[in-house]
Unconditional design. Structure first.
Length: 397
């Protein structure tokens, strides 16, 4: 890299959020650079399940990274005898490995004209004379705007002046190679389990040659995730394991409370804390916020004040309401087990159908819950009030 070169936009992070920003801007003729700290393809800790609403936002080439298409999903309550299943004629979840998916997305950005620099770790950042100066381990560059797409623990955000640390929830994702009969057993769809871990869920995602098995807790702090995983595998009757790779990570538990733009630095995706509170799925909001940031830069004509206003207004109007509705529902699902069991015992079939419609992009949380009657009934369940009066009444229309 040449520190004398001025880019229009520098994107830090080559995941879905960063690649989306770069692809969108490059297609508009913007001179954009992507700084990715690792060589690519690189392993990325993630269950790798891309819901259909997210796949719809990705370039066509992303389909090449799909290892399985799951048109069915199951929800089990391990602390009760409740079980629900759903199917659709088209995939609900596309199973990928993130190294291949992210490489595909970054390649699409490069093909569109973005300059991609790999093995470039950000060291420092400063604002100077209306531009952002970025120092990396392999040189420096300048840009009129910088986009922080470097995840939950974003170094870019800290260097740019965000003092707040995101609240996070712990997760463990394990790549598990099993015998053919076990792989076939779980190959028919995505599986989700409640009651395996307090205030969270577990999952099984079938890949081409192995299973991605994981769990997360929506509560902050340390948890014995390995112990919960061992018990979960016993619950699943997974007895023969040929090989296993464990990967721990953290996921934002909510959006940043402060601004999403400071000076000429914009936060997107996990760096902004934009993750579905119900599932901890982040690719949808990574891509969506990346698109909004790119549009704001262009529509704001690189004006610091206008870009900030356009982007933050767009996120507030389009994304944050969905996260608020999702968080309300998550309080029911991940709260007291007796409320969850009673709730799903009454409305489980309707709920899983509704959630599936959200995940495939045909509905939104808000579309279901803006009805005042439905919203108030869900609030009643969330806070455990008037439970008896709620029995026999509908929540999901």
């Amino acid at each position: 890299m040449d520190g004398r070169r001025l880019y229009d936009v520098a994107v830090i992070g080559g995941g879905p959020a960063g690649s989306t920003v770069a692809l969108f801007l490059a297609k508009q003729g913007v001179n954009v650079a992507v700084l990715e700290k690792c060589s690519v393809p690189r392993y990325k800790t993630c269950g790798g399940g891309v819901v259909q609403r997210a796949m719809r936002l990705l370039p066509a080439g992303a389909r090449e990274a799909v290892e399985r298409e799951c048109c069915a999903a199951e929800l089990h309550l391990s602390d009760s005898d409740l079980h629900f299943s759903v199917s659709r004629p088209r995939p609900i979840v596309f199973m990928t490995m993130r190294d291949r998916l992210d490489f595909s997305l970054l390649s699409s950005a490069a093909d569109a004209g973005a300059s991609v620099y790999t093995g470039r770790q950000l060291i420092d950042l400063r604002h100077e004379n209306g531009v952002v100066e970025l120092q990396t381990n392999r040189g420096s560059l300048s840009a009129r705007f910088a986009v922080a797409a470097d995840g939950t623990t974003s170094l870019t955000a800290r260097k740019a002046g965000w003092m707040e640390r995101l609240n996070v929830m712990p997760a463990l994702e394990s790549e598990i190679w099993v015998d053919d009969s076990t792989l076939e057993k779980f190959s028919r769809g995505a599986r989700f389990d409640l009651g395996v871990i307090d205030h969270g869920y577990a999952w099984v995602f079938p890949k081409r040659e192995h299973l991605s098995v994981g769990l997360l807790s929506t509560r902050r702090g340390r948890a014995d995730l390995r112990g919960f995983l061992e018990r979960y595998l016993k619950l699943l009757s997974v007895k023969r394991i040929d090989r296993v790779e464990h990967h721990g990570y953290v996921i934002p538990s909510g959006p940043r409370k402060g601004p999403l733009v400071l000076g000429r630095v914009i936060l997107v995706g996990d760096a902004a804390g934009l993750v579905d509170p119900m599932t901890a799925e982040g690719i949808t909001y990574a891509v969506w916020s990346g698109q909004l940031a790119a549009r704001a830069i262009i529509d704001g004509d690189f004006s610091e004040d206008r870009v900030k206003h356009i982007y933050e207004t767009a996120v507030e109007e389009a994304i944050l309401p969905e996260l608020r509705y999702g968080r309300l529902l998550a309080r029911v699902i991940y709260g007291a087990s007796w409320i969850r069991t009673s709730f799903l015992g009454l409305y489980g079939d309707r709920l899983i159908e509704a959630l599936t419609n959200v995940f495939i992009g045909e509905k939104t949380y808000g579309g279901y819950m803006r009805d005042p009657a439905n919203y108030l009934k869900l609030l009643t369940f969330s806070f455990g009030k008037n439970f008896r009066k709620s029995v026999g009444t509908g929540i999901i229309a």
